[in-house]
Design a protein around this ligand. Sequence first.
Ligand code: NAD
Ligand code: DAU
Length: 364
Amino acid sequence: MTQTSTPRFRRLLVTGGAGFIGSCFVRDVLARRDGTQITILDKLTYAGNRANLAPAEADPEQAARLRLVIGDIADPSVVGPLMAEADAVVNFAAESHVDRSILDPEAFLRTDVLGVHVLLEACRVEAEKARTGKRSGAPRFLQVSTDEVYGSVETGESREDDRLEPRSPYSSAKAGGELLARSYFVTYDLDVVITRGSNTYGPYHHPEKLIPLFVTNAIDDESLPLYGDGLQRRDWLYVADHAGAIGFVLENGAAGETYNVSGANERTNRDVVAVLLERLGKPWSLVRTVQDRPGHDRRYAMDGSKLRALGWTNRMPFEEGLAATIDWYRDNQEWWRPIKSGEWDAYYRRQYETRLAGSTEAER
Ligand code: NAD
Ligand code: DAU
């Protein structure tokens, strides 16, 4: 995270701050020890986890600047008073897993679209107060979006002004959320900025996603369900780099602008799986070819030059970040084993039981 001795915003409302990227943002901002106060609003869905905040909560100086409110961003009665106390809001809160959006789209519309609307309306109330002298300055609103809004990019790299062509219920809901945020800049002159990040990886990543699922399954010598031919391409971004870029845009981004946060690390899924098996000393025979994800986006790739021109660059090389991530899962089994039980079992059966039953050995 960028070191700033006097941060522009002292009181942050971080929605979804108990999730994967949000909690990294919170831990890193608090660790700067620059006086920033953070209120997290998080519903603690299956993906939210208080344990993600443990390092900050264990440090008395940081804990004194952190408050966790358990609640829904789609609930105006919870959001209103929190927005009244905030200098800026960073909205990480979302349903975030593509496969779950294919099984059950409704929760995605509720949080990723209607939830964003509730946050924006509360922000509008505060902006009006600022205009009438009832508070000193309107809150800045940062919407955390995704490269998936561009849809599948067969060649080249998406730029910020490219057409949005989302193809899954998840990415369509995310596109709806960010378009709504932009409309509040255009229509109500709210101070809105948007980031579109690429596939993020690192510690505290929920084990439903590719890298943590395959690492934790491999540790237990369980099958690794590779969708289709495994030649889909993703651009991988280390979580602290993604969180740092969001902090940087919060401080330096221009109102109404959107910034791609590219990892500049494009790999096929097969390549990623081969590296992680090698590091864990596990055989390729664990990998099973299973029925593909419906509507599976073949490739994501973004041009990150706009954010680089503003002064941000990623720090973590992919090989180093992936090795550190694999080691973290090997060394922190008390974090992920409880997540892979309870609700997990029903989800895993629904998503993978038939797929694994019909699977074949994956060719090397
Ligand atoms: P995550 O699923 O790990 O965390 C989401 C958090 O939001 C959880 O703590 C959950 O409890 C909370 N939440 C969900 N619904 C809520 C609601 N209605 N009210 C309050 N809190 C709620 O997600 P993540 O991977 O950390 O992603 C964070 C954001 O970044 C999302 O908006 C996602 O779309 C975006 N993003 C993620 C990636 C990635 O690769 N993980 C890449 C680009 C963008
Ligand atoms: O690109 C940014 C997006 O990256 C974020 O907006 C999403 O929140 C995040 O979940 C992620 O979406 P993906 O669908 O790309 O990530 P996931 O980890 O689910 O899958 C990565 C690739 O691995 C994808 O091509 C599907 C494949 N895959 C995934 C799983 C879970 C498999 O082959 N097998 C699996 O079991």
